[in-house]
Design a protein around this ligand. Structure first.
Ligand SMILES: NC(=O)c1ccc[n+]([C@@H]2O[C@H](COP(=O)([O-])OP(=O)(O)OC[C@H]3O[C@@H](n4cnc5c(N)ncnc54)[C@H](O)[C@@H]3O)[C@@H](O)[C@H]2O)c1
Length: 267
């Protein structure tokens, strides 16, 4: 059994992590952490996640919550490097899904990995999306410059940023595959008399509406045919399941700072 603690346990992702850990045959939830101001402090993490009591109360004491943990999953909006330091000091592996980390926080994680920490850091833990990153890089290289590449993403009407971080990573993947410079190649939307499409551009289009969790399509089009690679997320469980795979990967990994391409052996 792998003992797992969740940081950000009352959040949208934290609840799905608790639910998925509880459902997994090889894992036990042993800790659940939230901020001191969280109104759910002291409540059972399983009850909060809607899966029934699991006997783990949500606490703001990180050190106590990670004490018996083999792995810590952090999808909080807190200081992930400080939490990782506590967890690693306790011998636990760390999976971090929190996005928008500062350069300093990334650098701190690299230092922790250099000192023997086992860490997976990925801004998108979905197994399918990470496979798509890999496929897009490969396909862009194989099809070559005869194929026009366009990326279309759709998300719910509350999403604040555009294009999505995942669409940007897809853009980076196709640019790498085609040998293009992302900053020069990517064209965001088109309007007016923009002229014919050039060979070395990658179109990027953000669609917003309804409650769409996240759709991404990468189109490779040429005279006579087109290839479309699509991923559709239907719930946050895709990210939680990916985080659990990362935990299993770290249980036998050497110290280091890894990403989901490592976890899925796509490198
Ligand atoms: N990597 C991925 O695949 C992936 C997928 C979805 C979301 N995310 C990211 O995960 C993070 C959380 O997303 P969410 O939708 O669950 O947000 P959320 O706001 O619903 O939950 C975040 C939770 O973290 C808690 N928190 C903040 N600081 C904390 C601290 N120091 N210690 C413990 N808990 C703390 C908050 O109280 C909150 O309950 C965001 O950064 C989001 O972008 C990543």
């Amino acid at each position: 059994m792998i003992n797992v603690a969740v940081i950000g346990a009352a959040g949208r992702m934290g609840r799905r992590l608790t639910a998925n850990i509880t459902a997994a045959d090889d894992m036990t939830l042993t800790g659940a952490v939230e901020v001191a101001s969280c109104p759910l402090l002291g409540q059972d993490a399983g009850t909060v996640a809607g899966v029934g009591e699991v006997g783990v109360a949500i606490t703001d004491n990180v050190a106590a919550a990670v004490e018996n943990a083999d792995a810590v999953i952090d999808f909080s909006t807190g200081n992930v490097s400080a939490t990782a330091e506590t967890a690693i000091g306790n011998g636990a592996a760390v999976v971090i899904g929190t996005t928008a980390l500062s350069k300093e926080q990334r650098a701190e994680l690299e230092v922790l990995a250099g000192k023997g920490g086992r860490i997976v850091l990925a801004s998108n833990m979905s197994v399918g999306v990470n496979l798509l990153f890999h496929l897009c890089r490969e396909v862009a290289g194989i099809l070559g410059e005869d194929y026009d590449i366009e990326i279309v993403e759709m998300h719910h009407n509350q999403k604040k940023d555009a294009p999505s971080g995942t669409a940007v990573t897809l853009g980076e993947a196709v640019c790498e595959g085609r040998g293009l410079d992302y900053d020069k190649a990517v064209v965001h939307g088109r309007e007016g008399i923009v002229g014919a499409r050039t060979r070395n551009e990658v179109g990027m289009h953000a669609v917003r509406g309804g409650d769409v969790v996240g759709d991404h399509t990468v189109i490779f089009a040429t005279g006579g045919e087109r290839v479309e690679l699509t991923h559709k997320a239907s719930s946050r469980d895709t990210f939680a399941k990916g985080a659990l795979r990362a935990v299993r990967f770290l249980s036998s990994a050497a110290p280091g700072l890894y990403n989901m391409q490592d976890v899925l052996k796509l490198k």
